[in-house]
Design a protein around this ligand. Sequence first.
Ligand code: ATP
Ligand code: MG
Length: 275
Amino acid sequence: MRRDSGEETPVSLPSNPASPAPDTRPPAPIIETRGLSLRFGGATIVDDVSFGVPEGMFVSIIGPNGAGKTSLFNLISGLYRPSTGQVLLQGRDVTALPPFARVRQGLGRSFQLTTIFPGIPTLENARLAAQAGASGNFAFWRSAAANRAAGERAAWALETVGLRGRERVLAGSLAHGDKRKLELALLICTEPSVLLLDEPTAGVSAEEVPVMLDVIRRIRKVEGKTILMVEHKMDVVHDLSDRVAVLANGALVAYDEPDAVMADPFVRSAYLGVA
Ligand SMILES: Nc1ncnc2c1ncn2[C@@H]1O[C@H](COP(=O)(O)OP(=O)(O)OP(=O)(O)O)[C@@H](O)[C@H]1O
Ligand SMILES: [Mg+2]
């Protein structure tokens, strides 16, 4: 309807005097822990860990053997229940949710070798992971469209990790390095927003390590995923990370950019073994 008051209709919205300054707060973390602790018997395995990871960030978690890195991942993924504290995923408290429900909410944890079905082809392994990660009811899963979508996702994941051409090989017959690539493929098949990678280059031969790192880089670049990675190789950590978290005796003792963490005297003596 035209207004005939003679006033010009404003072309831009007036600024809201109630909020004059732009919002400069950092974005809410996609994954966050608050006062997270894990105790077994008298031992404190994870000690009051609070940290947040903004979306799209690559965070490495380092610390000596037994520092609690895997346990922290187990708390985040829901395999362990914390003694105290919370885990938040996209701002929602998921502390009470079992692992599969967290997967449905976008949390991907790398499959261990034991979850690969050795007696079936590589592509079928990936297809099963894609179906497990798909939302929808049972009837949907059984539909031809869902089958096709899972197959396409599986083929894409194998291509992304560099296993193209190995689709028909039984997973159990893959070389060790290729099995670790298959783990990553299974992980991205579930379309997670956040990936938890626990020592992805462990047991990978020296020549294959750069290949694995390229795969991780590709996953990050192509899909813009948020990644948390436990890794012992410092050059890898320095190369990939936006931030590095240091655990010692279950406690978070540093959380900063790689250069700052590696220069920290406490980290250098306690973890890197440099005086
Ligand atoms: N289920 C469990 N029951 C009892 N103790 C446990 C359990 N899981 C882990 N621990 C203990 O918690 C401590 C931390 O172990 P965790 O595996 O989290 O360390 P990590 O930092 O991942 O070590 P690594 O670098 O060797 O993988 C260790 O002392 C370990 O023995
Ligand atoms: Mg570990």
